[in-house]
Design a protein around this ligand. Sequence first.
Ligand code: S3P
Length: 183
Amino acid sequence: MADTPQRPEKSIALIGMMGAGKSTVGRRLAKRLGLPFVDADEEIEAAAGLSITEIFERYGEAHFRDGERRVLARLVDGPPRVIATGGGAFMDPETRALMHARCTAVWLDVEVEILAERVGRRDQRPLLKGQDPLTRLRDLAAVRNPVYAEAPIRIRSGGLAHDKTVAQIIAALASAPPADCPG
Ligand code: S3P
């Protein structure tokens, strides 16, 4: 049985592209760390009483991003937990600043070819619907990866099984510099 890792003092925010495995890895990571898990996309849906697809269809992306910003602000303010964020959350400057201040952001960096394979051609995510996933993901990654790279921890989780990714995150957290101290 593996040792129980030390419980982090700050929330851990998993960031990265659609299909990177943030929710699955997040759930398992939370269990290993003894922290609660929360999926930001599910919280946005619960707050709106609509699915993400419905929010995009009825009100558009800008409205979704407003809701996402509000939900993330609430989540990072709470007690330490593992937060799986939607792929665009860290792109918002306010959300990013909050995550830098209150969380340890962990970028799950997965090659676009693997992401495209995982999401498949019939993915219903609003940003992929009706488009060639590889082309779309490649375009999004070109814009987003330099911003995701601001995260203090980057895990190249490629073709790894999710449990291996969890182990890599735990190792990275253990060797990361301690949480910011005032002064
Ligand atoms: C989005 C990713 C989705 C969801 C929404 C927008 C994005 O979450 O928030 O469809 O902008 O990349 P996942 O990354 O969990 O798929």
